[in-house]
Design a protein around this ligand. Structure first.
Ligand code: ADP
Ligand code: MG
Length: 263
């Protein structure tokens, strides 16, 4: 390969705005309006592959909307969202393929009540990826093993605890081997005794090289697990920094006030 060919390849991998090919998610001046209201206002940030970004901020500040724009549950009104180097608005981007590399878990576990745990976890493999029943079940059991609840495979959602249901939801998201996992307040509805172990499970996914974007009110988790903390306030990304910068050296009065209220 000639030098110029090498350069072209490197440039295309880096994307046309020069972002590195290690970037998992990038927002470039992304805004979202609902009706006349701007709920995400010109937000720009990048998340490197394999790193953990934690989004904090008051209720209604736009955290979930940011997360939902990463996997196209919402489309931006303006600005550019890139996932694994691909512009989500580019018609050439294979959104289906990209979506299968992103797993998402919400506050309210969306397990099907009429299916047992292993069938819930196998569901995307059976119905989105088209695996046969035996192969899907095998992969689902492996995922349940990974989150520590293989013994609950044949239980139904109403027979297990909230923490176990969240583990099952995480297992289900893991079956498609995502490169990026999105978590939206997944411990908010849990009893306190289940919060810690679910957060530990999430933090452990980082060791598998999965990029994590986590919206949470658990500040201790944010301090310990985050490579980058994003503080949102009124639709603005008001501060971004390392855990040390955000928690020990907050610059804005808004962040200082937020931290003293929640910590
Ligand atoms: P957070 O997750 O930080 O609590 P959200 O991203 O859920 O904030 O919401 C930000 C703002 O956008 C809120 O005021 C919310 O009411 C509004 N919003 C979110 N989704 C919609 C929607 N689909 N239609 C209209 N308004 C919405
Ligand atoms: Mg939210």
């Amino acid at each position: 390969m000639t030098q110029s060919q090498t350069d072209t390849t490197a440039a295309s991998q880096a994307g046309n705005d020069g972002q590195s090919d290690r970037t998992a998610v990038s927002f470039d001046h992304v805004s979202k309006r609902f009706g006349g209201r701007t709920v995400v206002d010109s937000v720009s940030f990048t998340v490197e592959q394999g790193s953990t970004a934690v989004i904090i901020g008051p209720s209604g500040s736009g955290k979930s909307t940011v997360l939902r724009m990463i996997n196209q549950l919402e489309t931006p009104t303006s600005g550019t969202v890139r996932v694994l180097g691909k512009d989500l608005a580019d018609p050439a981007t294979d959104i289906r393929a990209l979506r299968s590399s992103i797993g998402m878990v919400f506050q309210h576990y969306s397990l099907f009540p009429q299916l047992n745990v292993v069938d819930n976890v196998a569901f995307p493999l059976r119905h989105a990826q088209g695996l046969d029943k035996a192969a899907a079940r095998k992969a689902a059991l492996e995922a349940l093993e990974q989150v520590g609840i293989a013994k609950l495979a044949n239980h139904y959602p109403d027979q297990i605890s909230g923490g176990e249901r969240q583990r099952a939801a995480i297992a289900r998201a893991l079956t498609t081997k995502p490169k990026i996992m999105l978590f939206d307040e997944v411990t908010s509805a849990l009893d306190p005794e289940h919060v810690k172990s679910v957060l530990e499970l999430i933090a452990g996914l980082k060791d598998q090289g999965i990029t994590l974007v986590v919206v949470t009110h658990e500040m201790r988790f944010a301090r310990q697990a985050a490579d980058t903390v994003l503080y949102m306030d009124g639709g603005h990304l008001l501060e971004t920094g390392s855990s040390d910068e955000i928690f020990n050296h907050p610059r804005s009065e808004r962040l200082q006030a937020f931290l003293s209220a929640v910590e």
